[in-house]
Design a binder for this molecule. Structure first.
Ligand SMILES: C[S@@+](CC[C@H](N)C(=O)[O-])C[C@H]1O[C@@H](n2cnc3c(N)ncnc32)[C@H](O)[C@@H]1O
Length: 217
C-alpha cells in the first residue's frame, strides 16, 4: 500500500471547528483535507493502493493521527464533506487516549500520537520526504515501489524536529519541481509520476482515447 503522510503543524486534533470557516477555525485542516482528495481520489474513482495519514499537531488533544484507506465509504472530493468526516471521527472524547490505531468506521482509523506512531506503522517502507530544493523525483530510480511512503508538509512546511526525525529514519528528500507548490499539488505530481511509471504508455496515450487526444473533424 502506497502511503502519503501529511503534517499539519497546527491542524486541530479535535472536532472543534466551523464548517463555514474551516481555514480560520481549524489550524488549516482544510489544507490536509485537500491532500486526502489529491492522494486518494481521481475523477470518479478511488485509488485502491493508497492510504493517507494526517498528523494533527494543533489544539489540546494533539498530537493525533487520522488514517484513511481505500475501504473508506462515501469519500467525496469536496472539502466540506471531508471536513464532516473528520469532525465525526475527531469529536468523541473517549477516542482521545487510543495509543494504537483504532478503526472507527471502515477504512478510517485514529490514534493518539505523532510521527513516532506513524513511522511504526510504516514497517520499514522506503521513506521519501517532499522538499523544495531536493533531488528531482524524475531522477530517482528507486521510486515506485508498492510500499513507498511520502511525507508532505502543510502550508508551514516541516518543523525542524520532524525534518530531523525523518532524516534519521532514512527519509530521502525529493522535489517535484522548481516552485514551492501547495501540498495537494505536490501529491498530485507524485501520483502522476507513479501512474506514468506503472502503466505502459500505450495504456494511456493511444490516439483517439479520451476527448483531448481526438483530432478535430
Ligand atoms: C506550501 S509547501 C510549504 C511551504 C513552507 N512555507 C516551507 O517553507 O516549507 C507545502 C509542502 O508541499 C511540499 N512541496 C511543495 N513544493 C514542493 C516541491 N517543489 N517539491 C517537493 N515538495 C514540495 C512540501 O512537502 C512542503 O512542505
Amino acid at each position: 500500500m502506497r502511503r502519503f503522510v501529511v503534517f499539519g503543524q497546527k491542524a486541530t486534533a479535535s472536532g472543534d471547528f466551523l464548517f463555514d470557516d474551516l481555514p480560520g477555525t481549524s489550524g488549516r485542516l482544510d489544507v490536509l483535507l485537500r491532500c486526502v482528495r489529491a492522494a486518494l481520489l481521481y475523477s470518479h474513482g478511488i485509488r485502491r493502493d493508497v492510504t493517507v495519514y494526517l498528523v494533527l499537531g494543533g489544539g489540546p488533544r494533539a498530537p493525533r493521527v487520522l488514517r484513511i484507506d481505500p475501504r473508506a465509504q462515501f469519500l467525496r472530493p469536496d472539502e466540506r464533506s471531508l471536513a464532516i468526516l473528520a469532525n465525526k471521527v475527531l469529536t468523541p472524547e473517549e477516542r482521545a487516549s487510543d495509543t494504537s490505531f483504532v478503526e472507527v468506521r471502515p477504512g478510517v482509523s485514529i490514534l493518539s500520537g505523532g510521527l513516532a506512531a506513524v513511522l511504526a506503522d510504516m514497517r520499514g517502507a522506503p521513506l521519501y520526504v517532499l522538499e523544495e530544493n531536493a533531488l528531482d523525483l524524475r531522477d530517482d530510480v528507486s521510486l515506485g515501489g508498492p510500499e513507498d511512503a511520502f511525507f508532505v508538509g502543510d502550508h508551514l512546511g516541516f518543523d525542524p524536529h520532524t525534518r530531523a526525525a525523518l532524516a534519521e529514519a532514512g527519509g530521502r528528500a525529493i522535489s517535484v519541481g522548481p516552485l514551492s507548490l501547495h501540498a495537494e499539488d505536490a501529491i498530485t505530481i507524485v501520483s502522476n509520476e507513479l501512474d506514468r511509471r506503472g502503466a505502459p504508455r500505450a495504456a494511456w496515450a493511444t490516439p483517439g482515447r479520451g476527448t483531448t487526444a481526438r483530432r478535430a473533424p
